[in-house]
Write a protein that binds this ligand. Structure first.
Ligand SMILES: [Zn+2]
Ligand SMILES: [Zn+2]
Length: 350
């Protein structure tokens, strides 16, 4: 089969090549992959700045059609359309696995960089990680399920937004834009902050209902936040950019006794003003991945069209054009970029 493979460590080394078709093990289903979203993590992998065990097939935001079931995977049948969480392997025995939060498993091996992912014609995955897709949810919409689950976990399961809250989302990538949408569903007014290079993403944030968008290279974020909050600062901040400068802005923007939730992946240790936590009596909460039940909400939100996935999909490319897909993801001109392991023609939405 054809697959997009990171062939060696370091900068670059990504190729479309022939790759052995996976075979189903006990408890797994085999799926023909229909659509795969390109993630910020994939850009880190492109540059060799994310843990990766090459040679390995990339891709962890995906959906498709079941083609084969068998022992241990009898609740799905060929033809079922499914979306699935990251097809990781976890130990199944530790405290976190047994408590239902296997993202915390110390022995977790994640697909798309440690074991083969979904940027291929087929993937085999533990049937328990699959969630049925309603017929009216398209595959393009469904491949937003993974980052949407990250946002749902942060906003609904890790923090609590109250109706009328003023929320700041710093970093308008897909997780940021989805975090904004979920926070709005919970009743918040949302400010979205980004850089000049995020112009297309900030425009998208506005279309999706952000109260205000701020290009922090041209506008004073603190002034905007003070104006909107009667001088107090925002009730909750979601740091989705994973940069030192973004985090510095978040400490300033959040009000005393407010909450700062960190979802962004930082490239390594950073310097930051930790005193703010004590002096402002902040709640600082990390949010990483999701749990099984997060996906039930995610599929429900997609099914009810409460999340606008279509607005977020800026480009769809066939597998052959993976280099262009990485390029528009990296330079910020794409919002969510989808690769289609089927043979759809490339299309671009404005
Ligand atoms: Zn991702
Ligand atoms: Zn475990």
């Amino acid at each position: 089969m054809r697959a997009i493979v990171k062939t060696a460590p370091g900068e670059g080394h990504i190729e479309l090549r022939d790759w052995p078709e996976p075979t189903r093990r006990w408890g797994e289903v085999k799926i023909r992959v229909a659509a795969v979203g390109i993630c910020g993590t994939d850009i880190h992998i492109l540059h060799g700045t994310w843990r990766c065990d090459p040679p390995v097939v990339l891709g962890h935001e995906w959906c498709g059609t079941v083609v084969e079931t068998g022992p241990g995977a009898t609740h799905l049948k060929p033809g079922d359309r499914v979306v699935a969480s990251n097809p990781a392997i976890t130990c199944g025995r530790c405290f976190h696995c047994l408590a239902g939060n296997d993202f915390m498993c110390a022995d977790r091996v994640s697909a798309g960089y440690m074991i083969d992912g979904a940027l291929a014609e087929f993937i085999c995955i533990d049937a328990k990680r699959c969630h049925h897709l309603p017929d009216h949810v398209t595959f393009q919409q469904a491949c937003i399920g993974e980052p949407l689950s990250v946002a749902v976990h942060a906003v609904i399961e890790r923090t609590m937004v109250h109706s009328g809250d003023l929320v700041l989302v710093s970093g308008p990538g897909s997780v940021g834009l989805l975090t904004m949408q979920v926070a709005r569903l919970e009743g918040a007014r949302v400010v979205v902050a980004g850089l000049a290079r995020d112009a297309a993403r900030l425009q998208c944030a506005r279309r999706l209902g952000a109260e205000v968008v701020v290009n922090v290279e041209e506008q004073d974020l603190l002034e905007v936040v003070r104006d909107l909050s009667g001088g107090r600062g925002v009730d909750l901040v979601y740091e989705c950019a994973g940069s030192e400068d973004s985090l510095a802005g978040c400490w300033e923007a959040v009000r005393g006794e407010g909450t700062l939730c960190v979802l962004g992946v930082h490239p390594g240790p950073i310097r930051t003003d930790f005193n703010k936590i004590m002096m402002k009596e902040l709640r600082v909460i990390g949010s990483y991945g999701y749990i099984w039940s997060t996906w039930q909400r995610t599929v429900q939100l997609l099914s009810e069209r409460k999340i606008d996935a279509d607005q977020m999909i800026s480009h769809i490319f066939p597998m052959e054009e993976y280099e262009a897909a990485f390029r528009v993801t990296q330079n910020g001109s794409g919002i969510k970029v989808v690769l289609n392991p089927g043979l759809l023609q490339a299309t671009t939405r404005a």
